[in-house]
Write a protein that binds this ligand. Structure first.
Ligand SMILES: [Zn+2]
Length: 114
């Protein structure tokens, strides 16, 4: 996973291999449509990724019930981080800022690690 060089690690590795040992993610919450897990290369001391299990390019293409389901999990994770750490950020990247071309929401807390 560390040498992955594609543009959609979620569809290529994380989602299909989340439970077979080919990835080593620590899942926090999984619903039928949504996966939340600790980032494998965290940028903040607390860094959780929430992503839909079906492919969605970015926030700009998210709608309908999937949007509701994703936001519900994001809120739950964000509340957990806020309660544990006292503060949380919720972000997603678009365009040039988005390295992986599969919608994912970062929930994080603390000062950047690098
Ligand atoms: Zn994808």
């Amino acid at each position: 996973m560390t040498d992955y060089s594609g543009t959609d690690i979620y569809c290529d590795l994380i989602i299909p291999h989340r439970t077979d040992g080919k990835t080593t993610i620590h899942i926090i919450k999984e619903t039928e449509a949504i996966l939340a897990y600790y980032h494998t290369k965290p940028f903040w001391p607390t860094h959780i990724v929430v992503t839909p299990k079906v492919h969605v390019n970015s926030l700009l293409e998210l709608d309908g019930t999937l949007a509701d389901e994703l936001l519900a999990v994001v809120k739950e994770i964000a509340e957990m981080v806020k309660t544990e750490k006292g503060a949380a950020r919720v972000t997603t990247n678009l365009g040039e800022y988005q390295d992986n071309k599969h919608l994912h929401i970062h929930v994080n807390s603390g000062d950047p690690l690098r």
